[in-house]
Design a protein around this ligand. Sequence first.
Ligand code: AMP
Length: 509
Amino acid sequence: MNPVEWLRRWAALDGAAPALLLGDRVIETRASLLGQMARLAGGLQGLGVGPGAPLAVVMPNRPDYLVALGAAWMLGAPVVPVNTKLHGREVAYILDHAEAVVALVAEPEAIARHTSGCCRLVEVGGAEHRSLLAADPVAAIAPLDRDSLAWLFYTSGTTGRPKGVMISAGNLLAMTLAYLADVDQPGEEAAHLYAAPMSHGAGLYALVHLLRGGRHLLPESGGFEPAEILHLGRTVGRVSLFAAPTMVRRLVDAVVAGAGDGQGLDTIIYGGGPMYLADIEAAVAAIGPRFVQIYGQGECPMTITALSRRLIADRSHPRWRQRLVSVGQAQAPVTLRIADPEGRSLGTGDAGEILVRGAPVMLGYWRDPAATARTLRDGWLWTGDVGTIDEEGFLTLIDRSKDVIISGGSNIYPREVEEVLLQHPAVAEVAVVGHPDPEWGEVTVAILVPRPGHTVSVAELDALCLDHIARFKRPKHYHVVASLPKNHYGKVLKTDLRRLLTDPEPSTS
Ligand code: AMP
């Protein structure tokens, strides 16, 4: 298989159909997009990119991203997608570690001084990039076999060095088919909007739309601007997008503020971090049955569980709320189980680490056999997430195992405390972390962002917790901040928060 082969088939049927849009302007048809990929592939081949010789892509979301992905895969080469928000030194580490041959880079100066020089840095939009795009096109599309390395994705690495997750062409095919089975069934008329960074799972959703002959839509802002997304829904129509929960929240706030009604946004897939019950309820109330949830991780991209549009919207079901706080059921190609630290399966409703096996699970970590052996054991991927499975097979994530707070010997799952605090009208955002304590080992600390114009009352929050959760779980300290530290993908950086708490002068207590 090769995703570019899919595009070629659609181009053979109707080459003039729109394929790539920048804002509401069509900038490439199927035939011209294929032509661009083939020319760039010709240029990159001349620089040594090919099977086992990766192309790194270090650029924000823009049309060139899709062309670069297609060009690499046409050559049978792996892509190394790199988060543009990383420091030049971190990018250089990834380029060297991945043994990338060429990197298409938006800002080469920041990286050049840190690399070993083995990887050729080509500035996006610069003279060399333009000449590569004008090269003689490759004549044929290379096959990507099931176990060929296609996507070498570096984990965010909050502890230690980032690890290179090896995703094969077979993993990507399983992910793509599972999307059509369990997430959504877009057709030729669909437009997939890249609002979340393409260097992450959002970029991989390109495969679904290459397979289905749909349109690829890049917002002109290159990022997530709620007003722009609502506008593109109206003007382009049949839009689907992947959004982190924080993005969904911003979109819904924009709708509530009168910026639009979600018209033309067919499907909003959310995941990548916890979606709180209050937020998804507000989202469905504001723009209706457009949401599908997925749970995945770099090591099993976008494809562990899904919670369908129908189940999210079915308010009449007696277990609707329970389902809404879950991440849904296993996607078609995977099997799930919950295990204790020794790998023994736990029963229905018991909390333990989530283990996954199946066709989308990574090959391993690049040049890191020790980490691979820790994470892939007896054919199971140890996700590092803690959860429970109910009798209907719905998985509820409780937390990352490393975020669990152990206080006086009892486990406290921050998410449970966060869900309670978010019920308070003055709380806009919250993160709960553990803080070392001489008496209890760790105590619970809540870091809050108040809603504009509100002040939070610690007494009220404490009363709310006493009403909903066991005494020992309630925060011993509260800190009020203007915003929570988040990574480029909108995830709250709990490691940074824990570090911040060791600062002797926190803002409030
Ligand atoms: P990454 O590998 O950076 O994509 O991060 C994957 C992690 O994000 C997972 O292991 C989960 O901890 C979290 N995550 C992904 N999807 C969801 C979801 N739907 N709900 C809650 N957490 C999620």
